[in-house]
Design a protein around this ligand. Structure first.
Ligand SMILES: Cc1cc2nc3c(=O)[nH]c(=O)nc-3n(C[C@H](O)[C@H](O)[C@H](O)COP(=O)(O)OP(=O)(O)OC[C@H]3O[C@@H](n4cnc5c(N)ncnc54)[C@H](O)[C@@H]3O)c2cc1C
Length: 511
């Protein structure tokens, strides 16, 4: 008889886990509390003068997904995607000229020496970075339990300590001489929250954030908007026979083999053989009513400090400093407001206690509108999403008009046709909590901090044998952004958790 798996939460991880489980013999039901699937991969609409402008309210760009997940789920047949050919453009506000991040190491070495005065071992850095990245990616494909020992065996003690358990500052000091190079290469460390560049395991986030393989570690766009990916995956899942129930909020999962949920005001129960949480870990712990897990998740670091400014333009954006080369308009662009590692660190920590609403750190610019044009979709308007640092948790975007103005002015100073801006929408961590139920607005559910990353990013009493187990019961699992490796529109925890369960059932002679 088929075993029944109930997956709670239809974000990218719940959708990917459900897809793998159903294709491997389980009968899967997916319960989602919102009226639509996608979790933090969603869209919203802005209306002006009778016109509707859709924009990504959560995630904007694709890149962290593994190529095999894209293929095996069936997504690759349904979606058109592209990544810019032009190197990323980095503007330090203190510098006149931008720096281009070439793929080719020799070219990059010349560029960063010229623009940033970097005299360190750029080629050595890139070579070690790739080794660590490949090690991480192999672990994903094989759905291996992450351990420090396996890193040491694969990379050697020195590299494993430097790139995994070490601090980001020590990693940067080892390879580079210039502060600008060190700052640019370490911004990923605080992507999920106010993680210190001096803390153990902060180095690991750097190769981790480039361990996607769909575009070879780079990032790109999905035709129609990134939310099409989760919408499509829900359709694929339905066609596979998965029961996808929306507006179904799980209320209780402490019953052992029964889950209780509210569907449009009607309370229902559903039996399961396996229950797989793809929500944030704090909500999941409360639903299973496991005191140990509640204590653990409530003391985890979960602050979010990222915001998002969506800028809508009536015409294609014309960027300053264009090289005139292919894809300059859709290339990834960065504006950095800090010049030294100390400034990067202090800007990150300044918003932790809520005394300061905003401390400019860095801005990542995703030229979504240009990406759509490249993919052959002219929406008649253009959007640029600005992923920005650092905001406190105390106020919503609407309560921060001065921040909206400040960020907007900074970005418009890089644009020739600033007069084409229609409006912009600011989302702060507080908004992200309210819209997407992200604990303290953290885009990875919980911070990628020491004690919460790599092999410690789990909720299992016996991680070495059952890494994705959630609490006491072997039949309850967790597979969302709060587990290894982290968040992103990748579905890697969803895949790894499902693959480990499928393997365990096969070993037991089932499935
Ligand atoms: C502003 C922002 C920008 C981002 N930018 C990017 C980007 O450009 N690229 C990228 O790759 N990533 C980006 N991310 C990160 C990425 O969106 C998340 O890490 C990812 O969506 C997490 O997916 P998930 O499936 O783990 O969890 P979620 O998307 O959080 O899904 C959890 C689901 O569980 C549901 N749920 C919760 N409680 C219950 C319950 N009791 N019963 C039933 N259902 C429940 C929720 O409604 C939700 O749908 C961004 C995130 C944000 C917020």
């Amino acid at each position: 008889m088929q075993e029944r798996a109930v997956v709670v939460g239809a974000g990218i991880n719940g959708l990917v886990a459900a897809n793998y489980l159903q294709r491997n013999g389980f009968a899967v039901t997916l319960l989602e509390r919102r009226s639509q699937v996608g979790g933090a991969c969603a869209f919203d609409s802005y209306y002006l003068d009778g016109q509707r402008y859709d924009y990504p309210s959560g995630a904007t760009v694709l890149g962290f997904m593994q190529d095999f997940v894209f293929e095996e789920t069936g997504l690759s047949k349904q979606l058109s995607v592209c990544a810019p050919k032009h190197p990323s453009v980095v503007w330090f506000e203190s510098k006149k000229e931008p720096c281009f991040i070439y793929d080719d190491g020799a070219e990059l070495r010349v560029e960063v020496k010229k623009k940033w005065g970097e005299n360190g071992d750029v080629l050595g850095y890139l070579s070690d970075f790739e080794k660590v990245r490949d090690f991480i990616i192999n672990g994903y494909r094989n759905a291996e339990v992450p351990t420090f020992q396996s890193a040491v065996e694969s990379l050697g003690e020195t590299t494993a300590s430097r790139w995994i358990s070490g601090s980001a500052r020590a990693l940067m000091d080892h390879y580079f001489t210039s502060e600008l190079m060190k700052v640019y290469c370490s911004i990923d460390v605080m992507e999920s929250g106010p993680v210190s560049i001096d803390s153990p395991y902060s180095a690991f986030t750097i190769p981790l954030m480039s361990s996607g393989s769909i575009f070879g570690g780079k990032w790109g766009f999905v035709k129609g908007g990134l939310w099409k990916l989760t919408e499509e995956l829900a359709e694929i899942n339905r066609a596979l026979g998965i029961e996808v129930i929306t507006s179904a909020r799980v209320l209780d999962a402490s019953g052992g083999d029964l889950v209780t949920f509210d569907q449009n005001g009607v309370v229902k129960t559903m039996p399961y053989d396996y229950l797989i949480f793809a929500t944030d870990p704090l909500s999941a712990a409360k639903l299973v009513k496991d005191e140990r897990l509640i204590d653990k998740t409530q003391t985890m670091k979960a602050q979010g400090t990222s915001g998002k400014l969506v800028m809508l333009f009536r015409k294609p954006v014309i960027w300053k400093d264009s090289t005139g080369q292919e894809d300059f308009d859709l290339s990834f662009k960065f504006v950095l407001a800090v010049d030294t590692m100390d400034e990067l660190e202090s800007s990150t920590q300044a918003v932790v206690d809520g005394e300061s609403d905003f401390q400019p750190g860095y801005f990542e610019l995703y030229c979504e509108g240009a990406g759509m044009r490249k993919l052959g979709l002219d929406r008649g308007y253009e959007s640029v999403s600005v992923f920005l640092k650092n905001l406190s948790f105390s106020k919503s975007g609407e309560q921060l008009p001065h921040v909206k103005q400040l960020v907007q002015t900074r970005i418009l100073s890089r644009i020739e046709n600033a007069e084409d801006l229609i409006d912009s929408i600011l989302l702060a961590p507080k908004d992200l909590k309210e819209r997407f139920f992200l604990p303290q607005g953290n885009i990875d559910h919980v911070e990628l901090a020491g004690g919460q990353t790599y092999f410690q990013r789990n909720y299992s009493p016996n991680p070495e044998s059952n890494f994705y187990q959630f609490g006491k019961s072997e039949n309850v699992r967790y597979c969302a952004a709060g587990s290894y490796p982290c968040g992103s529109i990748a579905g890697t925890p969803g895949y790894m958790s499902a693959a480990q369960l499928i393997r365990a059932r096969a070993r037991a002679g089932k499935g």
